[in-house]
Design a binder for this molecule. Structure first.
Ligand code: ATP
Ligand code: MG
Length: 263
């Protein structure tokens, strides 16, 4: 068994929960209700994957496939600036010159995030095929994000069996490509997912939080190597391992501040 490499989140508690960070060579699913922090974690990781190796990063590039339109470069800029400050502190640098020398600047970080905007499932599949071609040309890409996978399928009526078959086919297709990518190029795939109401014969009317389950169903649930549930209560944010072949089911607290993800 090969030793895992990680992309850190910058919350030591969250990284510990993940066994070191978001694993390279695996497919990780981040699920949680609206506002849980999924997009924020994704944006932080787009920055962190680019940290120079001398400062404990991967010196790599990221792809961000945005299906909801929630990515903002202003937030990336904010996170890069605070990450620069954090590195200056942590490595006792006298100023940011050392970071600039290693190309860890706002401009470079923005340039090294390949951004795709998709609004429906057809565009998403086409985009994922393009991404495969891009990665073949750019092996320095170590992180591929899809935020979110469920949103482009929101119009698929679960009572229409033709549409359901098409949805299953597209998801299976995408997962086949995803597995090829992680094995061939040793990169991390991070996919966000929404929560939905569990539909059972008699529970449709009785909607409670315990009826909330990750969207996209049972088949998809087996596709990710790692499923992390983000939630928050009384202004405390929690991350919880729901499914993993190598991590215990545990949870931790973390924060989202103007600086990004922290303990
Ligand atoms: P959705 O399912 O709607 O996409 P999400 O899980 O992606 O939701 P995020 O957009 O990641 O949720 O999280 C939004 C939350 O992150 C905000 O409610 C806010 O609490 C926090 N947040 C966002 N930007 C900042 C910031 N600049 N400073 C502090 N907190 C922020
Ligand atoms: Mg989001």
């Amino acid at each position: 068994e090969q030793k895992l490499e990680f992309i850190c989140t910058f919350s030591p508690a969250f990284d510990k929960l993940l066994g070191g960070g978001v694993p390279i060579g695996k497919i990780t699913e981040l699920c949680g209700a609206a506002g849980a922090g999924k997009t924020q974690v994704c944006m932080q990781l787009c920055v962190n994957v680019q940290i120079p190796e001398t400062f404990g990063g991967r010196n790599a590039k990221a792809i961000f496939i945005d299906t909801e339109g929630s990515f903002t470069s202003n937030r990336i800029i904010e996170i890069v600036k605070s990450t620069q400050n954090l590195l200056v502190d942590r490595f006792n640098l006298t100023n940011r010159e050392e970071l600039i020398k290693h190309n860890f600047t706002v401009e470079k970080v923005l340039q090294n995030i390949y951004y795709y905007r998709c609004s429906d499932h057809v565009q998403l599949l086409a985009c994922f095929n393009n991404v495969k071609v891009l990665i073949e040309k750019q092996p320095s890409i170590k992180l591929v994000i899809i935020d979110s996978l469920a949103y482009p399928f929101r119009f698929v009526d679960f009572k229409d069996s033709n549409l359901l078959t098409m949805k299953t086919n597209i998801l299976n297709n995408m997962m086949t490509i995803a597995y090829q990518l992680i094995t061939k190029f040793n990169l991390a795939i991070l996919i966000t997912n929404q929560m939905t109401t569990r539909i059972t014969r008699d529970s449709v009317s009785n909607v409670s939080s315990s009826n909330l389950v990750p969207a996209l169903g049972e088949t998809w649930a087996h596709s990710a190597n790692l499923r992390i549930l983000l939630s928050w209560r009384n202004s405390k944010r929690q991350a919880c391992v729901c499914k993993s072949s190598y991590l215990p089911d545990m949870s931790c607290f973390y924060k989202i501040t103007e600086r990004g993800i922290e303990d």
